[in-house]
Ligand binder design. Sequence first.
Ligand code: ZN
Length: 265
Amino acid sequence: VRFARLKTPTRPVYARLQGGEAFHLTDPPWVAASTPDGSRTLWTESDLLCPVAPTKIVCVGRNYAAHARELGNEVPSEPLLFFKPPSSLIGPGETVVLPPESERIEHEAELGVIIGKRARNLDAPEVAAAIFGFVIVNDVSARDLQKKDGQWARAKGFDTFCPTGPWIETELSPEDLRIRCRVNGGVRQDGRTSRMVFSVSALVAYISRIMTLEPGDLIATGTPDGVGPLLSGDVCEIDIGSGDGSAAELGTLRVGVTKPAATRV
Ligand code: ZN
């Protein structure tokens, strides 16, 4: 089942998408009380907003061996975790703003996991029941600041550094999906989730032993190799799907890239 958040003439709404129709919901779809409110509208790509509203975004570093290698790092013996702030989220069709502090900002195409119920101390077999669905995440990273700081809060945390969308898919098996990233049409990343060092179920179980996961929380599961720079004027597209030629189940997350405006807010 496909869920999204949409612009409407009056206010943003969460909705279940079915073909070109959107069936509006009373609450975010991962909330137990969420039900159809009876409204139904047509939607197009330009109506789609960021479909998630997590209390926290937990990210996993170096979860693909080829990516760890390309940056000169070892594969960690336990999952390497960091956070991105929810304030870094943007939706499909929005624009990554390049901060002047960095001279090297890169895309990272990742499978995102959305939690469906409060979870603590899960065992791996319990994880599937705690997952609401999946979504595409671009873990935009200021690589020079990441190296310089040691701690990654700045390098990973700028506003607009977490493009997420275009929609959530709930019936999808995460074990062997193809992840592709193109910049201005040229393929940069082309990996498969089967190459993860730690699987989705191992990651969610591991994180749940550290912190309580809340409905709607977002976990970004790491990026395959092929990361590269984003420059002002670029268009960055990520698609994730079965890769067997059928429709890409998680769609395409497309964002622009720009220099900051000269004026301050
Ligand atoms: Zn990442």
